[in-house]
Write a protein that binds this ligand. Structure first.
Ligand SMILES: [Ca+2]
Ligand SMILES: [Ca+2]
Length: 218
């Protein structure tokens, strides 16, 4: 039996292995991510792009024998996971394979080891493993990293974002997507956002703290 990685660990693993895996791939043939659209809704409100905040359920399998090594549905809370797309918060292969997705879309994404867990693997993923992710996107919103979003969030125009301002923005985004969530859900996202962004821990995200990705072509 494969043990189930917690989401936190999964993201941690991804952030640790991502850059190394990419460097390792440079000397090899260009590794490719294969994406297969399993379901796409007829109407698409907003396609995912780099820097967007996405809300996703994803299951991970080993290609060689189909065994499952991760399932966000059986993770502690069972909530879909949120992350900012395209900036290395998940493995490189998912950052690539999840571009241009509509809310409600399902994809099967096959990722070669160089864009997943690399030559060494990461328990329970063995070395040099090609992995397959089945992903379902619930919502796509302009992420907290777009300047457009900063302006929208900063209600009192003091060039910094309070928790109340960010939370209001998240709530509006989810309500607009027709999937309002409970308060605990927003609090969980907020904790993550402030943990990553509020570097001086003064309880607000300044324009300077917010801009750490400004050279990333958002
Ligand atoms: Ca403000
Ligand atoms: Ca701060």
């Amino acid at each position: 039996m494969w043990s189930v990685l917690t989401c936190t660990l999964c993201l941690l693993v991804a952030s640790q292995l991502g850059p190394r895996a990419v460097r390792a791939s440079a000397a090899e043939l260009e590794p490719e991510v294969k994406t297969e659209v399993v379901f796409r809704p007829e109407t698409c409100t907003q396609k995912s792009k780099r820097g967007d905040l996405v809300n996703v359920h994803y299951d991970g399998f080993l290609e060689e024998n189909g065994s499952q090594f991760y399932c966000s549905r059986s993770d502690k809370t069972g909530h879909p996971q949120w992350f900012v797309l395209g900036i290395g918060q998940v493995i490189k292969g998912l950052d690539i394979g999840m571009m241009d997705m509509c809310p409600g879309e399902k994809r099967k994404i096959t990722v070669p080891p160089a864009l997943a867990f690399g030559e060494k693997g990461k328990h329970p993923v063995p070395p040099n493993a090609t992995v397959v992710f089945e992903v379902e996107v619930y919502s796509v919103s302009r992420g907290p990293r777009s300047m457009e979003a900063f302006g929208e969030m900063d209600n009192d125009s003091d060039k910094s974002l309070s928790k109340a301002e960010v939370k209001e923005y998240l709530k509006l985004s989810y309500e607009k997507g027709g999937k309002p969530r409970d308060d605990a859900f927003y609090e969980k996202i907020m904790a993550d956002i402030f943990h990553k962004s509020d570097q001086d821990k003064d309880g607000v995200i300044s324009a300077k703290e917010y801009n750490i990705y400004k050279h990333d072509e958002l």
